[in-house]
Design a protein around this ligand. Structure first.
Ligand SMILES: Cc1cc2nc3c(=O)[nH]c(=O)nc-3n(C[C@H](O)[C@H](O)[C@H](O)COP(=O)(O)OP(=O)(O)OC[C@H]3O[C@@H](n4cnc5c(N)ncnc54)[C@H](O)[C@@H]3O)c2cc1C
Length: 415
């Protein structure tokens, strides 16, 4: 359980230079950057829930500084796109690390890289294609056969995999709360204050249950929820994914989970299962997707328990202490939306399940864009492809649900 957050009063004033909607990685980064660049201006963040209770605090805590989707069109070569992304993520990671160190954020920052492992022949093929790209990008990696992975991860479930250094582990709730508590003094956060509506033109009127705020600029940083405020309804899909974490395990049980105190595996299929052995002796399993609605707790528990049991049949118990679901916004072509929706209204939405770093870096760049600052990173962000169009309901639901079923069937033992 996360500790309670102190309740802060509503701000006295109602006029702000910028109002940021959403206090996740994207919103906090945008607010920070604007406040740094405009120290005389007041920035207000309106967060519907409590910082750390949303997906920014309840994810698997992988900060991966490589692109997940480089096969985007509109560019002369995927390699060129990948290089831009790698450069941006590298800068974003260095920025996050600097903030963590400078502010003493105790979030278990651990740059131990990640495994990518395959349990099926199709999965092995997928990983070999990923490694073709890694070679093209100049990324280092170490390959492992099934025996090697058994030693590292304590399971003989996987046939093949590799380790690459491009990942840092964090406790995500500690990171997001630490970032919120270390914002510049000209940023005010109001939690438990969902924005209900937003006027169409500048100066914007931003309405919540308890008040109306006026701002010259608005940053939409509420990911999939932006659709409820009328933005990108034909571009974003909201997807739930699920995770569970065990209680602290006894040393005898931890000995069955490989030879190092912290590691993580990402799957060889999009619908596969992520694993993480967490510093301090817990184990986490993340798997499955559902469209727009959260599946039942019983179904989630049964599914995650099955994923755990199949990989670690010899554990004394497969009980979890916490089980949860969270949303993330996906797009059809894997591209995030980044930029200006209309004069004064900026958004970075749809980070496709890798938002700890993408949200932080795109949020920072969006803050720069909103106040007219320039950088080569910003030009690169603006040159990336934008999300493609999605058909309206009910065709969208039919398409997405069938795609999830099809991908799940393809995933086979990667699930
Ligand atoms: C189980 C799970 C595991 C994941 N694992 C990883 C991982 O290992 N690594 C990784 O990089 N990513 C992971 N993700 C994805 C990651 O959590 C998201 O990409 C990231 O949180 C996106 O950040 P964001 O700030 O853009 O959006 P969010 O974190 O969704 O933040 C948006 C905020 O806006 C608020 N909001 C919504 N509507 C309103 C409104 N009307 N008014 C005011 N506020 C509003 C919400 O309460 C929320 O706090 C995972 C997600 C889940 C669910």
């Amino acid at each position: 359980m996360l500790p309670e957050r102190p309740v802060k009063p509503m701000p006295r004033g109602t006029r702000f230079g910028t109002v940021v909607i959403g206090g996740g990685y994207t919103g906090l980064a945008a607010a920070r950057r604007i406040a740094e660049l405009r120290p005389a201006e007041e920035v207000l963040i309106l967060e519907a829930s409590t910082i750390g209770e949303g997906s920014s605090g309840r994810n698997s805590g992988f900060i991966i500084d490589l692109p997940h989707n480089t096969k985007m069109g509109g560019h002369t070569s995927p390699l060129e796109v990948a290089r831009k992304q790698i450069r941006m993520y590298d800068a974003g990671l260095r920025w996050l690390e600097h903030l963590v160190r400078e502010n003493g954020i105790d979030c278990g920052w651990n740059p131990v890289g990640k495994y990518h492992a395959a349990a099926s022949d199709a999965g092995v093929q997928n990983l070999r294609k990923v490694l073709d790209q890694y070679r093209e990008w100049g990324i280092s990696y170490t390959e492992f056969d099934s025996d090697g992975l058994q030693q590292k991860l304590g399971t003989g479930y996987y046939k093949y995999g590799y380790h690459s250094p491009n990942n840092v582990f964090v406790q995500p709730a500690a990171l997001i709360r630490g970032l919120a508590d270390a914002l510049p003094p000209n940023v005010t956060i109001v939690e438990n204050e969902p924005v209900i509506s937003l006027s169409e033109a500048t100066p914007f009127r931003i309405i919540t249950a308890r008040g109306t705020f006026v701002a010259d600029r608005v940053i939409l940083a509420n990911n999939g929820f932006a659709k409820a405020l009328g933005a990108l309804r034909d571009r974003l899909i909201t997807i739930f994914t699920y995770a569970a974490v065990t209680p602290r395990l006894a040393e005898s049980e931890l000995a069955k989970l490989g030879d190092s105190p912290e590691w993580g595996v990402i799957p060889a299929n999009r619908l596969g299962t992520t694993l993480r052995r967490i510093q301090g002796g817990r184990f986490m399993v993340r798997s499955a997707y559902s469209y727009e609605r959260e599946q039942t707790a019983d179904k989630t528990l049964a599914l995650l328990t099955d994923c755990y049991k199949r990989r670690y049949p010899n554990m004394k118990s497969h009980q979890f202490e916490y089980v949860w679901g969270g949303t993330t916004a996906l797009t059809r072509n894997g591209a995030s939306f980044f930029g200006q929706l209309q004069p004064g209204l900026y958004a970075s939405l749809g980070c496709n399940g890798a938002g700890v770093l993408k949200g932080s870096m795109f949020g920072k760049l969006l803050g720069e864009m909103a106040v007219g600052a320039d950088s080569s990173y910003l030009s690169d962000a603006l040159s990336l492809e934008q999300p493609s169009w999605l058909p309206p309901e009910p065709f969208r639901r039919i398409g997405v649900v069938s795609a999830i079923k099809y991908q799940a069937a393809l995933a086979g033992t990667e699930r």
